[in-house]
Design a protein around this ligand. Sequence first.
Ligand SMILES: [Zn+2]
Ligand SMILES: [Zn+2]
Length: 72
Amino acid sequence: MCSSRRAHHPLKQPNVCSACRAVWYCGTACSHADWREGGHRRVCKALGAVRRAAKEAAAAAAGAADVAAGQE
Ligand SMILES: [Zn+2]
Ligand SMILES: [Zn+2]
């Protein structure tokens, strides 16, 4: 589903925000509209940080699991 709040557009050619990769749009028109008018530019940085932290936490958990398995 398109992350723009204008409508639920089908994602024919999904266009992810390259900065945060947390939101998807049906095209560059919707991504630009949400950036300018939907306020995404204000949350994009925070979304990116959250996503990066979650990814690092998952990687750390996977690494810990590997270490634990190696000690068996
Ligand atoms: Zn759209
Ligand atoms: Zn973004």
